[in-house]
Design a protein around this ligand. Structure first.
Ligand code: UDP
Length: 141
């Protein structure tokens, strides 16, 4: 299996619930390393750019408003099979459908306020990581 990188965002709802450490702990226990990390309050323009792929979807405006409602934690995770491993830790987009014990099952309130974001493929991860972190601020180890 290949060592991969993926982009994780702890969304404003989960930051407000004070569960950053709990979520980081789940990453580390699953073998993912946090190799870059920052708290950031997205501007509307930044959130629209990040979610540009969803621009035509009916939930786009609500999603952008939610993502700028408070600060987020953004991190790069590295490890074997990181993209899929992280998606499994997150659980399904809709927390009502998420497996028990996943981050969304435990901390998300709804499909809109669903606690976390994770890249869905290695190619997307590369683009999303570059959106937030210059290469020199990523500390592979
Ligand atoms: N989303 C939403 N309503 C929907 C579907 C998605 O508000 O009906 C939001 C939700 O926050 C989700 C994000 O849009 O996390 C991106 O959607 P995607 O299908 O890519 O889900 P994810 O990859 O985050 O599980």
């Amino acid at each position: 299996m290949a060592v991969e990188r993926t982009l994780s965002i702890i969304k404003p709802d989960a930051v407000a619930k004070n569960v950053i450490g709990e979520i980081y702990s789940r990453f580390e226990k699953s073998g993912l390393k946090i190799i870059a990390s920052r708290m950031h309050h997205l501007s509307r323009q930044e959130a629209e750019g990040f979610y540009a792929v969803h621009k035509a979807r009916p939930f786009f405006n609500d999603l952008v408003s939610f993502m700028i409602s408070g600060p987020v934690m953004v991190q790069v995770l590295e490890g074997e099979n990181a993209v899929l491993n992280h998606r499994q830790l997150m659980g399904a987009t809709d927390p009502k459908k998420a497996e028990p014990g996943t981050i969304r099952a435990d901390f998300a309130d709804s499909i809109d306020a669903n606690a976390v974001h994770g890249s869905d493929a290695a190619e997307t991860a590369a683009v999303e990581i570059a959106y937030f972190f210059p290469a020199m601020s990523i500390y592979s180890r």
